[in-house]
Design a protein. Structure first.
Length: 284
């Protein structure tokens, strides 16, 4: 048979993935339990079959070439498929670790229940959850999944819509009978345009914070009025701590799960997304 890929093994792709992630051949070889010389030989064979260098080597690091980056993204699908096949063939439980980026407000509200439910189903799969409101680069940050709300930029990522979340104008319960223009306004960064639908001057924000969850906390403690997604505002409203100032939401925000196309077949990732969607559905 003349197919040059017949002699390749899954181990070669796995090693390449670990070098790309860890940044050195030494660290990857140590993690896989093989001598560095053996790891280097496997990588050389992989590069020979790929038709050119995949890794730029120095004495201290290994970085991907342009060819290597393209090869790495494509090869992750092979590794994901191999793990799925192994699980199906052996009946072994999925294992490993998933690294997830989640906005702070969302993580505070549904993170606990998702972690508990997911771990009950897949106890051998670890989770590394990073709470961060900033958009992240999945490849550079080595994330398997990112949860984000709002309009998505054009990209090659797979976006699975989880829910449409209404944004309501809430006020602290002590302002229930106060005219809206007499209530101090607490806002997150970028809220002026949204609040200008109620107040022409954007509400003349008394306080601006960069975390929507902090806005919710402030309103619960009696600070004034502000815009909150339903998953932050409704639990407090049901407890009598907040009131709605309008009969209709200010706007609605789509929440998506974002992941690389190469991880479409990762059963661990898809089950985690299912749990996140279920938890979000309970609080929207």
């Amino acid at each position: 048979m003349n197919d040059p890929f017949v002699t390749l093994r899954i181990r070669d792709f796995l090693l390449f993935d670990r070098v790309a992630t860890l940044g050195t051949i030494t660290a990857a070889a140590r993690e896989l339990g093989v001598p560095k010389a053996t790891a280097s030989r496997w990588l050389q064979a992989l590069e020979a079959h790929a038709g050119g260098p995949l890794i730029r080597r120095t004495t201290r690091s290994a970085t991907l070439t342009e060819r290597g980056r393209a090869f790495h993204e494509a090869s992750r699908a092979l590794l994901a498929a191999a793990r799925v096949a192994q699980t199906a063939a052996t009946g072994d439980e999925p294992s490993g670790t998933l690294r997830v980026s989640v906005p702070v407000p969302f993580g505070r509200v549904v993170g606990g229940r998702v972690i508990a439910a997911f771990r009950r189903e897949l106890p051998r799969v670890g989770l590394e959850v990073v709470l961060d409101n900033a958009r992240v680069d999945l490849v550079a940050g080595r994330f398997d999944l990112a949860i984000r709300g709002g309009r998505l930029p054009d990209s090659t990522l797979i976006a699975r819509k989880l829910a449409r979340v209404p944004m309501w104008l809430y006020a602290s319960a002590r302002y229930a009978s106060t005219q809206p223009d007499q209530i101090p306004v607490i806002g997150a960064v970028g809220d002026r345009a949204l609040l200008s639908r109620v107040w022409p001057d954007g509400g003349a924000l008394s306080v601006v914070v960069d975390d929507r969850a902090a806005v919710a906390d402030a309103l619960v403690w009696g600070a004034g009025a502000g815009a909150l997604p339903a998953f932050l505002g409704e639990p407090a409203r049901e407890e009598g701590q907040l009131v709605r100032l309008q009969d209709a939401p200010l706007t609605s925000i789509d929440v998506h799960a974002l992941f690389l196309p190469t991880q479409r077949g990762d059963v661990r990732l898809q089950r985690l997304i299912d749990h996140i969607a279920a938890a979000l559905g309970e609080v929207v």
